[in-house]
Each structure stands twice: as C-alpha cells, then as structure tokens.
Design a binder for this molecule. Structure first.
Ligand SMILES: Cc1cc2nc3c(=O)[nH]c(=O)nc-3n(C[C@H](O)[C@H](O)[C@H](O)COP(=O)(O)O)c2cc1C
Length: 303
C-alpha cells in the first residue's frame, strides 16, 4: 500500500488512541507487526504556542518509520504552522488531520468531528497544511456529525479534491457517544428511536408520490411520512448489524426487529405522535403491536 509517495510495507495500521499510543506502545505494536504507526491527536494551538508538554507527545521511538503525526484544530493557518513544526521536530513521513474526535472539549471549539459539519472549512485546512509541508497529508473523519448528517462521502470528496492523500473513516456518528461497544442491541435501537422521536416530525401532507416517503427526507429535513420514518429507522438499525424488516398494511408501516435474540415490534412513526421519548411504541410484543395496529388480518401476517 502507498500513501502518496510513502510505501507502507504491510497491511496493519495502528489507529491513533489518545492516552494509549505513546512511543513505547507504538514500538511494541511495531514489533508485533504494525506496518504504520501514528501519534495520538496533538493540539495545533499548543504546538503553535510551543507548549513544552505538548511537544513531548511528538516523541517517536528510534527508527519509527513510516509513521504519522496527528494534529487537530480548525484554524487553517494554525494547522499549517503546527504541521510544519511537527514535521521539523519528528521527520514524520505523513501528517494526519483529526476530523473525527467526539470529545466535548474538542468539538466545543469547532475541532475534531465538529469539522464534519463544515466540509468547506475541512477542505481549506487540508489545502493549507498541504501547502505547508512536503509530505502526504491524510485525514481521519467520522461517518457524520449526527444521525441527521451522514455526510462522510461528501466530506471525503471535498478532502480528496483539496489534496488529501488518504482518508480513514471511523464508522460511527459523533452523537453515538452514548452507543458504546458494550451497548446491547436493545439499547442501540432505543437510542436511535429516541433520536428520531426528538428530532423528526410527521409530514401528513405526504401522498404516495411525495419525496417525504423516502428515508432521505427524515435525514435531510427532519420530516417524513410513516414510510420515511420506518425506512430511516431500519437503515440505522441495519448499519448497526441489527436484523429488521418493515411490516406494512394498507395505511401504515412499522418495524419488526430482532434485538438480542428477541423479536419485537417498533413503531417509529407513532413514537413521534405525542409520545416523544416514551417507550409505548418501542419493543412491543407482537400481541401489543397488533392490538395497536388492528391490521393486517391474521391470515395476512408474514409466516
Ligand atoms: C481510548 C481511545 C482514544 C482514541 N484516540 C484517538 C485519537 O487520538 N485520534 C483518532 O483519530 N482516533 C482516536 N480514537 C479512535 C480510534 O483510532 C478508532 O478509530 C476507533 O476506536 C474505532 O476503531 P474500533 O472500532 O476498532 O474501536 C480513539 C479511540 C479510543 C478507544
């Protein structure tokens, strides 16, 4: 694999992890087969202010190459200056730009994954850093800022046009801070259900030709008829690896999902009908669900 002009002699790239991937950790990983290593995220502002403690994060183990220094920030000029400093201090082969960190203290300054909300600024940062250093510039982004903004493809295109030599995508949304690897499928499904109920409204002007039937409408403008609600909800569950399908009748449509091995019915549309945030239409038994949705007839149910 190559990143720009840099040859990566293997397939394993050690992901940057703040507080974990220091030089000693990276050395062990290199000895165990990592072909490429990267520092944790380092503040561009702190580098520009020549903060001594921050400089210590630039330390590399002897012979650490090929490797990257990852910096974060949202001011193109400061990021460019910090990249030049990082390169001069380390001789790194790649400068990586963090556009994926979800921590409050980072995103509240418009840094890290907050840049997913401003692709134009993210592109200008890549351009400025590219102009400041002679090595390939890469970026690490997220799937999107929140569930209404799954824009990693758009951001990746902007960064590529701005000159990024490679882009890594952390397959998670910023808002998923509450969804952790330890979350059960029920907790994940509940987090998305709450998000839809809190952020989206039912569009009762919809007829069958309305674009608001598409899940896209719910993500795009927060409005959809019931098909859109169910489509969007099912899409989010499927992205999380949860089995589900849509169960329609003549006038309505809802979700049947398997959460932690149990089949449940979820009505994302009705979750928004004056019951925001309640569990009334979440994880119903089929009996509860059919009593609320009096259709289809018993002989019309999927076998
Ligand atoms: C403790 C910790 C610290 C992290 N710090 C950074 C970081 O400094 N820069 C970065 O780009 N990603 C950081 N990440 C994200 C990881 O690089 C990686 O993208 C994420 O953990 C997804 O990979 P996984 O699904 O294998 O966990 C961090 C992740 C963890 C768990």
């Amino acid at each position: 694999m190559h990143i720009g002009t840099v040859n990566i002699p293997g397939k394993l790239y050690l992901a940057p992890m703040a507080g974990v991937t220091d030089a000693a950790f990276r050395l062990i990983c290199r000895e165990e087969g990592a072909a490429f290593t990267c520092t944790e995220l380092i503040s561009s502002k702190a580098l520009c202010f020549h903060d001594r403690k921050t400089y210590s994060l630039l330390r590399r183990f002897p012979g650490e190459r090929p490797s990257a220094v990852q910096i974060f920030g949202s001011d193109p000029a400061c990021m460019a200056e910090a990249a030049a400093i990082a390169l001069e201090e380390t001789g790194a082969q790649v400068i990586d730009l963090n556009m994926g960190c979800p921590m409050g203290k980072i995103v509240n300054n418009g840094d890290g994954s907050a840049l997913m909300k401003d692709p134009d600024l993210a592109g200008r940062i890549v351009e400025a850093v590219n102009a400041a250093v002679p090595v390939p510039v890469t970026a690490k982004i997220r799937r999107g800022w929140d569930m209404g903004c799954c824009n990693c493809v758009e951001v990746a295109r902007v960064l590529e046009s701005a000159g990024a030599a490679a882009i890594a995508v952390h397959d998670a949304l910023w808002q998923q801070g509450t969804i952790t690897p330890a979350s059960t499928q029920r907790e994940i499904a509940w987090a998305y259900y709450q998000w839809i109920a809190a952020n989206c409204t039912y569009d009762d002007a919809g007829d069958n030709t309305s674009v608001s039937h598409l899940p896209y409408s719910l993500f795009h403008n927060g409005k959809a008829v019931c098909d859109g609600y169910t489509g969007a909800y099912n899409l989010l569950l499927k992205l999380e690896g949860i089995d589900c399908y849509a169960l329609p009748n003549a006038t309505h449509i809802w979700t049947v999902a398997t959460l932690d091995g149990e089949t449940v019915h979820i009505d994302a549309t009705w979750g928004d009908q004056g019951n925001t945030g309640t569990k009334q239409y979440f994880a119903m038994t089929p009996e509860q669900s059919y009593s609320l949705h009096p259709w289809p007839k018993e002989n019309e149910l999927p076998q």
